[in-house]
Design a protein around this ligand. Sequence first.
Ligand SMILES: [Zn+2]
Length: 385
Amino acid sequence: MTYDVLLKGGHVIDPKNGIDALVNVAIKDGKIAAVGADVHGEATKTLDVTGHYVTPGLIDIHLHAYQRFGGWLHPDQQCLPYGVTTCVDTGSSGWQHFEDFVNTIIARSTTRVLAFINIVGAGMAGACEQDVNEMVPEPCADMIKQYPEHAIGSKSAHFYGPGWEAAQGGIDAARLSDTITMVDFAPMPERSYEELLIERMAPGDIHTHLYASHIPLIDENKKINDYVWAAREKGVIFDTGHGGGSFWFRIAVPAMEQGFPPDTISTDLHTGSRMRPNATMVSTMDKYLAMGMPLNEVVYRSTQKPAEVIRRPELGQIGVGAEADVAVLEIEEGQYGLVDSGRARMSATQKTSCRVTLRAGQVVWDEYGLSCLPWEEAGDYKMLP
Ligand SMILES: [Zn+2]
């Protein structure tokens, strides 16, 4: 057997397939062909990844990749250098512009881009996000159903009126399209977080920004509220959505100490969160490592679990036959600092970087040229394979 790519000597962590060991990974025709310590043979490209971790391509279920939101970033540049091969845009577009989003960004990206469609018809475009007349479930649901390959549900966010039009509109659009909703919630005296979690959201629906300072996850004694535990018991999903304002160590640390991690690790990357809090996927994962989450669990909440949450269980794993989306990560030891959304710092002794990313078997990121020939041995080269 001649493979296209052979990753040799790495420590594979693939929670879905129960692998946490030094094994080789072989890729052929864009798919995983073999995984095991005894997998050897010829390959067009053999990468020595000794000393690295090899994981399924990471899944970031919260970022912004469309222009209706002025702070958007292109999915390839904000994903592939950080090991992310599947991302979910969270409501940058509403139903009115979703076709344009598909044609201009989704269809042209190397990253697999999925999307929650905003309950606001005009999407994340300023004043319209407060206009309840824009929050109509039926056209949102129709657009989700029209694009099952790309649209995975609805999104509500950034609504500061007193009513339930945004959150309940998103929930209704999800029920009408038999999908899920992601809620970015701002509690008001008229609408509580408890009512959202317990009375309105269904199992599988996602609350993003669980460690945000405006979310009453913990009470004044830093104890997780009972109704939050009840919501998790019921099947509500809690997502990180780091962002520029939604990840605070002063909430995350006591929550983690009480055994309340997020279901999913995600970035909410946009132009703001990319800068001072450096909310890339690997940096956000480092924050959980620094708070004591074991590495295999960090990988689980960045691969298998988000795949299940977005109802794409074939993703986030590298079993034989899976599309070969793979991240090669290096974790260095040293003295580092990690910055939260409130600009507070946590000391860390580990720093994760993505050295190689493969998407459908193609090397799409290779920071140190692990897949490349030394130039002195490459002869009179033009473009090398
Ligand atoms: Zn967001």
